[in-house]
Design a binder for this molecule. Structure first.
Ligand code: FAD
Length: 410
């Protein structure tokens, strides 16, 4: 008799777990609430699917138990992941920063090839079935859905977290875990845009530039990242913002006042920037103050930066600016501080901080220590990664380990 393994949630972790369990001889069924498995995969990496990162290390992850995360990633590591995907048809395209995409640069090719394996191993998919509850019944699991009760010998919970809720993840896995006595760590959105407290945001919405952004409380610098920054009408977005969002939001939830500081000229120190501006004002002596900045910074930013630096300024010649004025402008260009007052919601977030505590999960098998035969994989666990392919890597590694162990007959 084959072990019957039920996978709750057909996302990245669920598909990996299903394929591995099936290859290992189990009879596998995926329960998915949407009309198709893997919908979120299609949205990853801006439609290109950044499926791993060759520079992955534990520093790219967050959660209460880092050694648990490290063990899992090491057990099914980057090389294993690249091999797995190459074997099913995905040739890697590796960027200089280590991010790995399919050579086709199409997320759909990742999903197509995973689904090909699902079909090849005759893995059953029960779609548009919302799993409502799980219970142990005479040594087996009952899977209670909105379309009937099914059963299985082993269950792997792969329901994701709450991020990207339009792709089916609404935190159901936490409810299931709690039913079996698991502790849940509070969740908050991560890899998400930040809301700022400033009355000029509408005026500068849409402005993009490369800069260095850091977040800090009165006491500590939280995190710093460089890259393309984008102002929006509610706050700020762009890769460096998503990257600093997790730790920044954590401090907000800890009720601390948090500010971001933007350096629009990371390649200039203050003195060099001061000299550049002073020379520019001499060269452009017939221009007004505002005109003299045209060509140096985005036009929409000019009046905002000048009002922040100079309180009140008149439309007079730029040569009227004195040393103190120029230093004030330099200070804003190098350290533009704005208070962070929130973040976008689950729909815009790319991952979930918090989730099922890993304290009650075996770090070698990903089996529950509370309920034999119950396993967890993916974002449902208290594990989240930075931007760069680390979250999908977690889904593949944990999916592999849970799928393999749930299907192994001892
Ligand atoms: C827009 C976007 C872009 C991203 N880009 C990247 C990227 O490029 N690289 C990267 O590493 N990470 C990226 N991520 C993060 C990554 O996609 C996730 O961390 C990863 O998909 C999590 O995999 P998972 O299988 O744990 O959960 P999910 O992929 O979220 O899958 C969970 C599945 O479970 C199903 N489900 C939930 N509850 C139930 C229920 N009660 N009954 C039945 N089914 C249920 C859901 O419908 C869903 O299909 C991105 C995320 C988003 C939102």
């Amino acid at each position: 008799m084959k072990t019957r393994v039920a996978i709750i949630g057909g996302g990245a972790a669920g598909l990996m777990a299903a394929i591995v369990a099936s290859r290992n001889g189990a009879e596998v069924c995926i329960y998915e609430k949407l009309n198709r498995v893997g919908k979120k995969i299609l949205a990853t990496g801006n439609g290109r699917c950044n499926y791993t990162n060759i520079n992955t290390s534990i520093r790219d992850y967050h959660g209460k138990n880092l050694s648990f995360i490290e063990n899992t990633i090491n057990s099914f590591n980057i090389e294993n992941t690249l091999d797995f995907f190459e074997d099913i048809g995905i040739y890697p395209y590796i960027e200089e920063n280590g991010k790995v995409y399919p050579y086709s640069l199409q997320a759909s090719s990742v999903l197509d090839n995973l689904r090909y394996e699902v079909n090849k191993y005759k893995i059953k998919e029960i779609l548009e079935r919302n799993v409502k509850s799980l219970r142990k019944n005479k040594g087996q699991f009952d899977i209670i859905t909105d379309g009937g009760i099914f059963n299985a010998d082993k269950v792997i919970i792969c329901t994701g977290g709450r991020a990207g809720s339009q792709y089916g993840c609404t935190g159901d896995g936490y409810k299931f875990a709690e039913m079996f006595g698991h502790k849940i760590i509070n969740q908050f959105p991560a890899l998400v845009q930040l809301k700022l407290n400033a009355n000029y945001l509408k005026k500068i919405s849409g402005v993009k530039f490369d800069g260095l952004v850091s977040s800090s409380t009165d006491m500590v610098k939280i995190r710093e990242e460089e890259g393309e920054i984008l102002f929006t009408d509610y706050g700020i977005s762009g890769p460096p913002i998503l990257q600093i969002s997790r730790e920044t939001i954590k401090h907000l939830y800890d009720k601390q006042k948090v500010c971001i500081s933007i350096d629009m000229f990371p390649n200039f120190d203050k003195k060099t920037l001061y000299d550049l501006l002073s020379e520019r004002f001499i060269k452009l002596k017939n221009k007004t103050i505002e005109e003299s900045f045209n060509g140096l910074i985005n036009k929409k930013l000019i009046p905002v930066i000048l009002s922040l630096a100079l309180n009140e300024y008149k439309e007079e010649k730029c040569t009227k600016l004195n040393k103190k004025d120029i230093y004030s402008i330099v200070n804003i260009l190098k350290e533009w501080k704005i208070e962070v007052i929130g973040h976008n919601d689950w729909q815009q977030a790319q991952t979930t901080a918090g989730g099922v505590s890993v304290d009650d999960i075996d770090d070698k098998t990903l089996e529950s220590k509370k309920e034999p035969g119950l396993y967890f994989a993916g974002e449902v666990l208290d594990v989240d990664g930075d931007c760069g392919g680390f979250n999908l890597q977690w889904a593949w590694s944990s999916g592999y380990i849970a799928g393999y162990n749930a299907s192994t007959v001892i």
